[in-house]
Design a protein around this ligand. Structure first.
Ligand code: URA
Length: 434
């Protein structure tokens, strides 16, 4: 109690704080000897006064060490990728198996949908039987044997973050750059990574709406992860339109399966190759980011990434031959309705957050934590920015479980698509931060 009070006083007054003070605070969060009031005060002082670079690293390491930290004894680099979240962002499902096919081990601890964005775990759980809640022994066994698993954080991965995140949520302190950094990295570093690449998204479908905010977050994550001993780079990438033409859990898995079985040039493949190239070259598995990107594309085109995906699905409880039979195994919605352009013009803007929320309201995401996600619902055949449409042309298909939901979704989707002037087409990858 008195240690936490001393920590809060020092942060309030801008005085020096020893790393041990953050260790005590994080273990107090995990064992509940730090109270909710103290945790809320900590979050607010961090938001209002900010942490120094050293304090941010000390907090991240302390939160990482508040639970188990995995230790891999493998003959290959242990790598991962993390995205700050977007719409139609199914990169992890393509990149993780491609990295495994390129010689990495990928123990990916992933998240669920948050706000308007989808989550990798919810997408994978659209596959019948797929289990994301593995215990640590099973997780280690699958990664050691097959070099790839995608799981939820077990109760003992960074428990300090679980507690602090819930308190930030109700104390208007989620936005703190320092706390976002420590939250994301404490979980990733607890997975025992040797290298990490971050996809920091910006635009209407991202949390960071401006390039500057995205760059600041990327820099904070990269500096902190490297100071904590994990070789990390970031790309700042565009999220002003969906990354693939579909939004929704099973519908995005279907996009990835099409890419794995019949690869085509697309934003999904380009971003996956760029991110994969960076982390392969940072880890020494390729000479340069360019040759690394080529290796990722080759892993997809040769079918090796599809094989790695299939092995992971089976190891985590899904069907044996999912990659061959995905079309009949993924759930489908009962009501599919075409949405038509109300006027002629170019697809000139997406209100990404509103589009993502339209899928949440169809049941594809959660409004409250206890909501059950409907894997089948969502949108398909969304058009890229800059496409010209005539009045009455199809601009999307709505997949709903009940007919009455399609009407509501129709209005929400139409509201989030602007048809008008020819837009400037945004660059897919803005910059690398290392
Ligand atoms: N994701 C996290 O895990 N934590 C944050 O604070 C924000 C996004």
């Amino acid at each position: 109690m008195s240690d936490t009070r001393a920590l809060l006083t020092a942060l309030r007054e801008g005085e020096a704080v020893a790393p041990e003070a953050f260790k005590g605070f994080a273990s107090g969060l995990a064992d509940s000897s730090v109270s909710d009031a103290q945790a809320g005060a900590f979050a607010m002082v961090a938001l209002l006064k900010g942490l120094t670079r050293e304090q941010r690293v000390a907090l991240t390491l302390a939160m990482r060490d508040s639970g188990d930290v995995l230790n891999w004894q493998l003959d290959r680099p242990v790598l991962d990728k993390h995205s700050t979240g977007g719409i139609g962002d199914c990169v992890s499902l393509l990149l993780a198996p491609a990295l495994a096919a390129c010689g990495a081990a990928v123990p990916m601890v992933s998240g669920r949908g948050l706000g308007h964005t989808g989550g990798t775990l919810d997408k994978l759980e659209a596959i019948p039987g797929f289990k994301t809640g593995l215990d640590e022994a099973e997780f280690k066994r699958i990664v050691t044997k097959g070099h790839l698993a995608i799981v939820s954080a077990s109760a003992n991965i960074a428990p300090a973050d679980k507690r602090l995140y819930a308190i930030r949520d109700v104390t208007a302190t989620v936005e703190s750059l320092d706390l976002i950094t420590a939250s994301i990295l404490s979980k990733k570093l607890a997975a025992g990574l040797g290298g990490l690449v971050l996809d920091v998204k910006t635009g209407s479908g991202a949390f960071m709406k401006t390039r500057k905010d995205a760059r600041d977050l990327a820099q904070s994550l990269v500096n902190t992860a490297n100071a904590a001993g994990c070789r990390t780079s970031a790309l700042v990438t565009d999220m002003s339109q969906p990354l693939v033409p579909s939004l929704g859990n099973a519908l995005e898995v279907a996009e990835v399966m099409r890419m794995l079985k019949d690869p085509k040039d697309s934003p999904l493949l380009s971003i996956s190759a760029a991110l994969g190239g960076v982390v392969l070259s940072d880890s020494g598995l390729s000479d340069t980011p360019q040759t690394g990107a080529e290796a990722i594309i080759n892993a997809v085109q040769s079918g090796q990434a599809a094989e790695a995906f299939g092995r992971m699905v089976h190891a985590q409880g899904g069907p044996v031959r999912f990659v061959e039979n995905w079309q009949r195994l993924l759930p489908e919605a009962n009501n599919i309705r075409e949405l038509r352009a109300p006027e002629a013009g170019y697809i000139s803007a997406y209100a990404g957050e509103a589009l993502g929320l339209a899928v949440v309201h169809l049941g594809g995401g959660r409004s409250v934590e206890t909501d059950k996600v409907d894997p089948a619902v969502g949108l398909t055949e969304l058009l890229p920015l800059g496409t010209y449409v005539n009045k009455g042309d199809p601009i999307a298909r709505i997949h709903a479980s009940r007919a009455d939901q399609t009407k509501q979704a129709e209005a929400a989707v139409l509201h989030s698509i602007t048809i008008g002037e020819r837009p400037e087409i945004p660059t897919l990858i803005y910059e690398r931060v290392s």
